[in-house]
Write a protein that binds this ligand. Structure first.
Ligand SMILES: [Fe+2]
Length: 381
């Protein structure tokens, strides 16, 4: 360890040397006086740390902890593990999702209702599958509405929507939304017209018309986005930089409208979220020079979403629940014959950050190294 004024160089047992900024280190102090950032009982602010803050003494304890005495007399202690985690890192590690196409079946995580309800580790494994693939399946889920809510509630708080907490999608002739008709639906994300669309969706198959169509079509939006980045980079770029407007209006009741990117990127350029539903696209605003290119980008995305090679197809059976990340995975279905069978799906929505919070909390117990990496944070405006 060497105190270099604005920096401290830390050498580890293996011989690697890393640098830490003194200003960063002073701000990282979580002693009783400075307070704790995780709980928010925090008293030191960034403005309290001068740009030229310096240590008057730095010592390493036999256990490898570092004690810093600052020029104003304040003392900070940093644990060896904390130093190892931050020295030389360009930023927090980022989780890399596993992309899939029509080949998902062999990798799709399947979890039994009773286990997910009773066993935290089984719940954790299903959350890990959701993190990796954005989709998982639950089996053996009883048909009662309480069972849907009970299992969904294990993953995080259920979001109350204009339809309540649980919404029954039953095919009917006086359909109010497309989900209640028997028509085919192009894979889409739900409610892109909200600033913050539903995070995770549970689709509980209560009754299905076996043999009469209604096959679920699931698409990994991240895989499709990467395909577009590779093959049509200009169109990909448009969808990450220009806002697209989605809307929903029932006269006198609701009027949602959101202008947002179809493909969201993080600061490193990685895809973090998708929002797209061809049926809610408003007439787009834009200059006459740009508008046709934007529409071509939306058309190309639609072609990729409709390509069977990008679709995992599954005929839902009663008792199955498909859980998916609505800001990554697009869902649709083939048409079915409403005279042959009534199709009854029950659905509920969870906020994304609530589900990720449950994942991290359980990861602390079952796989501590998986609790910290930054997860893809969804469709942002
Ligand atoms: Fe939908």
């Amino acid at each position: 360890m060497r105190n270099e004024g604005a920096r401290v160089a830390v050498e580890f047992d293996g011989g690697e040397v890393g640098l830490l900024s003194m200003r960063w280190l002073r701000l990282a102090c979580e002693c009783d006086i400075c307070g704790d950032t995780a709980s928010g009982k925090r008293w030191l602010t960034p403005a309290d740390v001068p740009a030229d803050v310096r240590a008057s003494a730095v010592e390493i304890s036999p256990a490898g902890d570092m004690d810093v005495t600052w020029q104003d007399g304040h003392v900070s202690r940093f644990a060896a593990g904390f130093l190892a985690a931050h020295v030389g890192s360009a930023g927090a590690p980022r989780f890399q999702p596993q992309l899939w196409s029509s080949d998902l079946s062999g990798r799709l995580g399947r979890f039994v209702f009773d286990a997910v309800i009773e066993d935290d580790e089984a719940l954790f494994l299903s959350l890990r599958a959701l993190r990796d693939h954005g989709i998982a399946m639950l089996t053996g889920v009883p048909a009662e509405p309480e069972a849907t809510l009970r299992v969904a509630g294990r993953y995080g708080p259920v979001r109350e929507t204009s339809y309540g907490k649980v919404f029954d999608l039953i095919s009917r002739p006086d359909a109010r939304v497309a989900g209640e008709t028997a028509r085919a639906q192009i894979p889409h994300t739900d409610e892109p017209f909200r600033y913050s669309p539903p995070g995770f969706i549970f689709f509980h198959a209560v009754r299905t018309g076996a043999g009469s169509g209604g096959t679920s079509l699931m698409v990994d939006g991240f895989q499709v986005a990467e395909q577009m980045r590779r093959t049509r980079p200009h169109l990909f770029d448009l969808l990450t930089r220009y806002g697209v407007t989605f809307h929903r209006e029932h006269a006198g009741e609701v009027f949602f409208s959101a202008e947002a990117h179809v493909i969201s990127l993080d600061a490193s350029g990685a895809v973090t979220g998708i929002r797209f539903n061809d049926r809610c696209l408003a007439p787009q605003a834009g200059s006459i020079e740009n508008i046709d290119r934007l529409i071509e980008a939306l058309a190309q995305l639609t072609r990729l979403i409709c390509d069977p090679q990008n679709q995992f197809q599954h005929q839902l059976q009663p008792g199955e629940v498909l859980v998916f990340d609505n800001q990554r995975v697009l869902h649709g279905r083939t048409a079915f014959d409403p005279t042959l069978a009534v199709r009854h799906l029950r659905s509920c929505n969870l906020d994304r950050d609530g589900v990720h919070s449950t994942f991290r909390t359980l990861a602390r117990r079952f796989a501590p190294q998986e609790a910290e990496p930054v997860l893809y944070q969804g469709a942002i405006l």
